[in-house]
Design a protein around this ligand. Structure first.
Ligand code: ATP
Ligand code: MG
Length: 322
């Protein structure tokens, strides 16, 4: 049987979701690097206006002026920041075939007001762009991207994003919008092609959100992939209570009695042990409620902020996959 990560990376479209700040961008980058290392042409897509992903992967954004072109990070790994406005312009150019006309449309104040009043178009065009990326082919007919990993918005918005095709299909009866949306929906609901990974910290709130989210996915007819427990810190050296007690036992009790440090040390250790136990409990809860053991990523003492640190997390994923 294929391991959880191999199975996950076998999908064409992998959404990385989770509560804000749980490490979605970091995990998307680490998985992307791992997928590329395993020989697959991989594109990691970031949404919105931030360049967090590029920063994590040490990309010098100043050097790349065409926002539509994926930026190559390393062998077989590319990143793309998906800006809905840019994607809409590109889509209209493809449909209308006249660039100048599209430029006029996009600058028209009436159109801009309309776009401002209907925020759902951003989600729809974002999904449309992902669909387009998924269908692109190389000259020999092979897919351009073996794996597209999406650093998706935080959970609440993510469900809205994934629900948009359903809303359109329910309300628009005919025409190209309906047809294109059905293609997108088909891709999202194809468990062989699309998979959603939830990233969580081992804390109450992100875990509750993860579980609610997977319920929401089921209702949308989408497949939930494995859960990734990020920044896990179990079994640190500090938790070795016995070693410290053994060391303290060697000290003359009279000298020890005058020294306040042992108590502080014990308190820190007790804390650390309690935290370990709590994290183990959360891991067990995730396993019971999702039906499979979460993939664990270690806590790094220094926040991962460049390609080397991300590479360290990819190694950890590799180890977790054996
Ligand atoms: N395993 C880890 N060990 C230590 N720090 C981590 C780890 N994973 C992520 N971080 C740090 O936690 C912070 C949040 O991570 P990240 O930006 O990936 O989360 P996010 O879910 O994408 O956040 P946002 O909701 O803002 O997009 C960052 O500073 C990141 O470097
Ligand atoms: Mg992020």
């Amino acid at each position: 049987m294929a391991s959880a990560i191999a199975e996950l990376l076998d999908h064409r479209l992998v959404f990385i979701m989770g509560k804000g700040g749980t490490g979605r961008t970091t995990v998307a980058a680490a998985l992307g690097l791992l997928s590329a290392r395993r020989g697959r042409r991989t594109l990691v897509v970031e949404m919105g206006r931030e360049n967090d992903l590029q920063r994590q992967l040490s990309v010098d954004t100043q050097q790349h002026s065409n926002p539509r072109e994926p930026i190559q990070v390393s062998d077989r790994l590319w990143v793309l920041r998906l800006d809905p406005e840019e994607a809409l312009t590109e889509y209209l150019e493809l449909q209308l075939k006249i660039k100048r006309l599209v430029h006029g449309i996009m600058q028209n104040s009436g159109i801009r007001k309309l776009l401002g009043a209907a925020p759902g178009w951003r989600d729809l065009i974002t999904l449309g762009k992902l669909w387009h990326l998924e269908t692109r082919q190389l000259e020999d007919g092979a897919p351009l991207w073996d794996c597209i990993i999406v650093d998706a918005p935080a959970t609440g918005h993510a469900l809205t994003l994934l629900r948009v095709p359903q809303v359109i299909v329910n309300t628009v009866q005919l025409g190209p919008l309906r047809r294109h949306t059905e293609w997108v929906q088909e891709l999202l609901r194809d468990p062989k092609k699309t998979c959603v990974v939830a990233v969580t910290l081992l804390e109450e709130l992100p875990i509750s959100e993860t579980l609610e989210f997977s319920q929401g996915l089921k209702e949308l007819g989408m497949a939930a992939g494995p859960t990734i427990a990020n920044a896990v810190e179990i079994g640190s050296e500090l938790a070795d209570f016995t070693a410290v007690d053994t060391a303290l036992a060697r000290i003359d009790p009279a000298a020890l009695a005058e020294w306040s440090a042992p108590d502080t040390l014990r308190a820190i250790l007790r804390d650390s042990i309690a935290r370990d136990a709590l994290q183990r409990e959360f891991l067990a809860r995730l396993q019971t409620e999702t039906g499979s053991a979460p993939i664990q990523l270690p806590y790094l003492a220094e926040s991962p902020a460049d390609l080397d640190a991300i590479s360290e997390l990819s190694d950890a994923l590799e180890r977790a996959d054996r």
